[in-house]
Design a protein around this ligand. Structure first.
Ligand SMILES: Cc1ncc(COP(=O)(O)O)c(C=O)c1O
Length: 376
């Protein structure tokens, strides 16, 4: 069976873990590997103010704490996303306002946002599905006009840029706050891991305090104060050094990983591009995923079963949040037909550096055969 996903294995993971075990340096968070990861993402992606966390879920929860979300504040977010995008803000008491996807793209339809804004709107959260960016220029313009904070759920976006223009900046540099995932399903991983990037100065100091469990320990560590104490709310989002050691090894290979994924993405798209009305151009994406969108869940599941019989595992993706049991219990069930379409129809193909070119060709040939049988 060709699995849907195989987590990437970077060459220096073991070496760094051994280095950490052998050294006398701390194994808890904020150690040498944490600093090296911070330096790496600053140099490679121009991420200036960074807080590594144990997951993207953590990073989003930290963002919600920073925004000081209070019961009654409204947060606009896509329905076609993972539950963490919603939970992070719901946990603080926010009222969730689900927004539809675009007709031909799972990303949030930014043209609908003005109709959802009210005087209670505190934040808009966007997801760049599969590492392909939303129109951030338009969104930041809306933010400037209306005064809401923009949070990017960039869980799948490490190494991706904002637009087709390769001189564009990396995703993670334009929103007020950006959250990334290093879960083992992502391009780079350390099992479970995450990152919050703070691009708005007003949040920088408090982010460190919340990350340090509500204490001013960061200032103490830098010798700015002679003892540290409890100064604010906070939590335990800090990853240990073992995870950071593995992440550093992965980060150091980000270009190899990204270009291998982009090559397979281009191979798939060379074959399926003309059939694929619902996949936006790769732009300066990171080859995170490749999918087809079927007319119905039945047709998709039939196709997936046929692929399985040929030894190929495929995977559908998010179940739109507006149609979930939780949304029903919260009394928020708008009609969002495009999100439904991607929830029912989208199916992802295997795409990771450990695939061989022959396997990609076999997957593509098999997919053509299965598509033909579906239609006949
Ligand atoms: C859009 C999105 N946000 C958040 C997450 C949660 O990431 P993590 O598992 O690192 O918490 C995921 C997980 O895949 C995701 O797809």
């Amino acid at each position: 069976m060709i699995p849907f996903h195989v987590p990437y294995r970077a060459a220096r993971e073991l070496e760094y873990i051994q280095e950490l075990i052998a050294s006398s340096s701390q194994k808890s968070g904020n150690g040498i590997f944490y600093s090296r990861c911070q330096q790496f993402v600053q140099t490679a992606f121009q991420f200036e103010n960074t807080i590594f966390t144990n997951s993207c879920t953590d990073a989003l929860e930290l963002a919600a704490l920073l925004l000081d979300i209070k019961p009654g504040d409204e947060v606009i977010l896509p329905s076609y996303t993972f539950v963490s995008t919603a939970n992070a803000f719901l946990l603080r008491g926010a009222k969730l306002i689900f927004c539809d996807s675009q007709v031909n793209n799972p990303n949030i339809d930014i043209s609908l946002i003005p109709s959802l804004i009210s005087e209670k709107t505190k934040a808009v959260v966007v997801v760049h599905y599969g590492g392909r960016s939303c129109d951030m220029e338009l969104l930041m313009e809306l933010s400037n006009q209306n005064g809401f904070i923009v949070v990017e759920d960039a869980a799948q976006c490490i190494g991706a840029k904002y637009s087709n223009d390769l001189t564009s900046t990396f995703i993670g540099t334009r929103a007020h706050l950006s959250a990334f995932s290093f879960h083992d399903t992502k391009n780079l991983h350390c099992g479970e891991g995450g990152l919050l990037i703070i691009n708005d100065e007003q949040f920088v100091n408090r982010a460190e305090i919340i990350k340090d469990k509500g204490t001013n320990r960061g200032q103490f560590n830098r010798g700015e104060i002679d003892k540290y104490t409890w100064v604010d709310i906070g939590s335990s989002y800090l990853p240990g050094e073992y995870n950071m050691a593995v992440l550093l090894a992965q980060l150091q290979e980000w270009e190899i990983i990204t270009s291998a994924r982009q090559e397979f993405w281009n191979l798939y798209n060379g074959i399926f591009g003309s059939l694929n009305d619902y996949l936006p151009p790769q732009s300066a994406g990171n080859g995170h995923n490749y999918y087809l969108t079927f007319k119905s869940a039945n047709q998709r599941d039939d196709f997936a079963n046929r692929m399985k019989q040929k030894g190929i595992q495929t995977a559908f993706h998010y179940q739109p949040l507006h149609a979930s049991i939780m949304a029903k219990s919260l009394g928020i069930q708008p009609q969002l037909l495009n999100a439904d379409k991607f929830g029912n129809g989208l199916l992802r193909f295997p795409l990771y550096p450990h695939l061989s070119e022959n396997e990609v060709h076999y997957i593509a040939e098999s997919a053509f055969d299965c598509l033909h049988r579906l239609n006949s």
